[in-house]
Design a protein around this ligand. Structure first.
Ligand code: SF4
Ligand code: SF4
Length: 173
């Protein structure tokens, strides 16, 4: 990801970090025919920090600024549509069914600058906070539509949600 429009800094965990909020932000784009003057690119501000690289449970950040999707829990739980997760991913789920984000949790930019949103539409549905894995492991198509009527989690299709939950359950989560 580049520092598009001067929005933020390229970082060693592959995310884009803003000075105001860290990396917990939504990125958007505006299509326009207005002539705009480009911002100056941000400089790189990770310095000597390597917290994200050290903390990644699957060593997916293979070198600064390079994330190997094939080793990334977030990629596999959200994008990989195979029937089974690779063992190295399933063994590190820690009870999760969607994403990981340890590399963002440990980032000092987020620990210092992240802010909880006050946009109501960005809040999770109450019934999806701390869901039971056993229920997600048997999630029907109808129940999926009821639980996630309008949600970014719909990138995870029902069979993927069941797969992820079952993988966590099989490992005693
Ligand atoms: S999301 Fe998790 S698995 Fe993926 S690079 Fe970050 S820490 Fe590693
Ligand atoms: S944890 Fe450190 S190295 Fe990783 S993105 Fe944040 S500042 Fe950069």
């Amino acid at each position: 990801m580049g520092a598009a429009g001067g929005a933020g800094l390229d970082c060693k965990n592959g995310n884009l970090i803003t000075r105001e909020y860290g990396s917990w932000v939504f990125l958007g784009a505006v299509l326009t025919n207005v002539e705009l003057v480009g911002d100056r690119p941000h400089t790189q501000h990770c310095g000597s920090c390597t917290r994200c690289i050290q903390a990644c449970p699957t060593q997916a950040i293979t070198r600064p600024f390079v994330v190997d999707a094939n080793r990334c829990i977030a990629y596999h739980t959200i994008e990989n549509r195979s029937a089974l997760l690779p063992a190295a991913i399933a063994d590190n789920l820690q009870g999760w069914v969607a994403g990981c984000d340890i590399c963002q949790d440990v980032c000092p930019w987020n620990q210092r600058f992240s802010q909880e949103t006050d946009v109501v539409d960005f809040q999770p549905y109450g019934w999806n906070v701390a869901p039971r894995l056993a229920e997600l492991a048997e999630l029907s198509e109808q129940e999926y539509d009821r639980r996630f009527p309008s949600s970014a989690l719909r990138r995870i299709k029902p069979a993927m949600m069941r797969r992820n939950a079952r993988a966590s359950l099989e490992r005693g989560e």
